[in-house]
Design a protein around this ligand. Sequence first.
Ligand SMILES: [Cu+2]
Length: 212
Amino acid sequence: MFNFLISAKVYQAGFAAARGLLSIMHPMRIEIGFLTMVLAVATLAPAVVLAAGGPVAQPSATKTYTLYGDGTAGQNGWGFTANTVTYPGPTLYANQGDTVSLSLFSKDGMGHIFVVDWNSDGIKNGADVNSTQFSSTTTATAFSFTADQAGTHQYFCSLHTAAVQKGPLIVNATGGGGTPSSDNTTLIIGGVVIVVAIVAVVAAVAMRRKKP
Ligand SMILES: [Cu+2]
């Protein structure tokens, strides 16, 4: 709605400038030139609005992480590498709707199961998603899930429990919350470009007709 108000302002300013230019160049053709511009802008404006504005969520992407799990007391937790295992483990980030693609390894050679604790109760149940059990220190076990719930969540190992292996998963909300301010900037630039282009075309046509 705000976008439409801005675009209307831009086009009004464009029309005023174009009218002034045309009245200097060829008074007799003001109305024809103006009508041409109105038709052209009416055709192009919806495309600009669609391209620049609207509550369109950013396209989903794939976030890729490598995680090493360790359930051995004194060195337990998760790490992006075998040598950086901590408790709690490193934060995994995603935008809502992203696919999180994990390559899972075992640091200590024991079996682990990676769980996303969507319902935040510390155990694997309900809508929680989990990998298969993995224990290889050298061969990755792949596990992907959709980050469909915005907010700060935790992941953990269901075999060693969250008390031994857990870490944060932050899912940023996208879409439905209005459009970033940069969208308005894009819209204004798009509107100005179109108006200037139309003025140039109409001016060129008017000048050409003026010649004998
Ligand atoms: Cu484990």
